[in-house]
Design a protein around this ligand. Structure first.
Ligand code: NDP
Length: 245
């Protein structure tokens, strides 16, 4: 059953939000007055974090149809709409010598970073279409940009991570096309920039220990989620502004 919340606070959902940039986005959206659903695949790690912040927990594994459908049913039941969807859940996949990447590696990275975003958008589009100001923020990366790859002054031009970068380039095109197909929804792409999280704090990651804070990493997400009427659609930005595609 779908109900409509009488509360006028915007309703937001952030996926992969038990830690890192997603968690910071939840914290800031609550600060901005939103009702926030903190999505995490592991309830034991997600629920206590949600409770400590005043967010609502929703179990959500972006690789599972069943989990994502259940999450959408919960938000429908409790709120009757969704105003802001932040597709954030992501993985780097393994770090290997380039000769050794396998098809299974590629499938794993794309299954979360690309297919997961499609799965979540499909499940939540009906709820977003009940909002008066619906927004989707797809978290990508500067590694998904051909412009930055070809700019020798940028660190993105030297980084490896071909599977991860390909997944984020795909997210960029996916989002730009969805933005054209769905003019009633602001659909934008946020690049956190190199951010100090568990994702970068791994052996083999070229940016390990070099990233900025999660607050800076969530700036572009928050700008797209809470910006005024001038907020664009189909844009690709980091905290400093537009990025080359
Ligand atoms: P973290 O590793 O800290 O967090 C990633 C989150 O995604 C975790 O909550 C993780 O859950 C979740 N996740 C992974 N797989 C799934 C899944 N199948 N279903 C649901 N949740 C899942 O990384 P960051 O916070 O750094 O990354 C957040 C986003 O920002 C990602 O999309 C990443 O690609 C992007 N990004 C990050 C940058 C950086 O420098 N950190 C730079 C550019 C982009 P669990 O704890 O269960 O593993």
């Amino acid at each position: 059953m779908m109900t409509t919340s009488s509360d006028t606070s915007p309703v937001s959902l952030v996926t992969g939000a038990n830690k890192g940039i997603g968690l910071e986005a939840v914290r800031r959206l609550i600060g901005a007055g939103h009702i926030v659903y903190l999505g995490a695949r592991d309830a034991d790690r997600g629920r206590p974090v949600a409770e400590s912040l005043g967010a609502r927990f929703v179990q959500l594994d972006v690789t599972s149809d069943e989990s994502v459908s259940r999450a959408a049913a919960l938000v429908a039941e409790e709120q009757g709409r969704l105003d802001v969807l932040v597709n954030n859940a992501g993985i780097t996949g393994p770090f290997r010598d380039v000769h050794d990447y396998t098809a299974d590696d590629a499938a794993m990275v794309l299954m979360t970073n690309l297919v997961g975003y499609v799965r979540v958008m499909q499940a939540f589009l009906p709820l977003l279409e009940l909002s008066s100001d619906p927004r989707i923020i797809n978290v990508s990366s500067g590694l998904g940009s051909f412009g930055l790859l070809n700019d020798p002054s940028r660190k993105e031009s030297t980084a490896g991570q071909p599977l991860y970068a390909a997944s984020k380039a795909a997210v960029n095109m996916l989002s730009a096309r969805y933005a054209k197909l769905l003019p009633g929804i602001r659909i934008n792409i946020a690049d956190p920039g190199l951010t100090d999280t568990d994702l970068t704090r791994v052996p083999g990651h070229p940016g390990a220990g070099l990233g900025h804070s999660v607050e800076h990493g969530s700036d572009a997400i928050i700008a797209f989620a809470t910006g005024g009427p001038e907020t664009p659609t189909g844009a690709y930005r980091d905290r400093d502004g537009d990025l080359p595609w």
